[in-house]
Ligand binder design. Structure first.
Ligand SMILES: Nc1ncnc2c1ncn2[C@@H]1O[C@H](COP(=O)(O)OP(=O)(O)O)[C@@H](O)[C@H]1O
Ligand SMILES: [Mg+2]
Length: 244
């Protein structure tokens, strides 16, 4: 899959909590079909960034700047309008219905009427996530952490994403599950889905992303291809536990 023109373009984005500026992004583009990773320490502004992209946040920061999806300025739109256009976010704690079965969780993710986009059928989803197929009659509350993340991703796929943002999907998972969730995300990107992946684990992120950005104190301090970032001093010294 060739990575080409930008599908998501962010320009002069700022977010303030009261008098506290949490985010200053001059320019950030996500290219069609790429898997872009955003890493950075706790409090760097990663969740604020994806929240601002979606127009959604727990903390209700004041956001200004431009968010363009596939050439359309969505920055004045409600979150629901953005979702309808295929801009999707799986937030830090995945939203699934604990008291519903896997099958009902997926049934309730009604497909988006957006024209001309690939919609993952239930069959596609169960092919992609055999564990969910096996457990389709289990309640959300009976799933493991990894399965809950998979179900969150599956629900998002039913909404025909153009760009799927994931906020730390591997947090709290055992190392084996971390690589399984990230490799599933990698497979989806290889299939043509555009993904913006927030990840704390830089080493794990570097194994799957096309490009990586390092966010610190609300600013992009370095970015490049996975190979470039593995050699980057700031990444290597602070996050890979080895000198470049
Ligand atoms: N609801 C909120 N009210 C005030 N400040 C907040 C709120 N949420 C986040 N912040 C501040 O914004 C900064 C970025 O937070 P966040 O985006 O959650 O970082 P990350 O996701 O990278 O850990 C931090 O300094 C944090 O304290
Ligand atoms: Mg966060």
């Amino acid at each position: 899959m060739s990575i080409s023109d930008p599908i998501l373009t962010i320009t002069d984005l700022t977010a303030d909590y009261g008098g506290n500026r949490a985010l200053v992004i001059g320019k950030l583009t996500v290219r069609r079909g790429e898997l872009l990773g955003v890493v950075g320490p706790n409090g760097a502004g990663k969740s604020t960034l994806v929240g601002a992209i979606l127009g959604w946040s727990r903390g209700d920061p004041k956001v200004s700047g431009r968010v363009e999806l596939d050439g359309e300025d969505v920055s004045q739109m409600s979150t629901a309008q953005r979702v309808r256009r295929g801009l999707l976010l799986i937030p830090e704690s995945t939203l699934i219905f604990s008291q519903m079965s896997v099958a009902d969780n997926l049934a309730h993710a009604a497909t988006n009427p957006g024209a001309g986009r690939d919609i993952y059928s239930l069959d596609d989803i169960y092919d992609l996530f055999p564990n969910l197929a096996k457990r389709r009659h289990h309640l959300g509350s009976q799933l493991s952490g990894g399965e809950r993340q998979m179900l969150g991703i599956a629900r998002a796929l039913r909404l025909a994403p153009r760009v799927l943002c994931l906020d730390e999907p591997s947090i709290g998972l055992a190392p084996k599950l971390v690589s399984s969730v990230l490799s599933t995300i990698h497979d989806l990107a290889n299939d043509g889905l555009t993904v913006l992946l927030i990840e704390q684990n830089v080493e794990a992120a570097l194994k799957v992303v096309d490009r990586l950005m390092l966010l610190e104190r609300g600013r992009i301090v370095t970015s490049g291809t996975a190979d470039e970032m593995r050699e980057d001093k700031r990444i290597a010294e602070a996050y890979l536990g080895a000198a470049a």
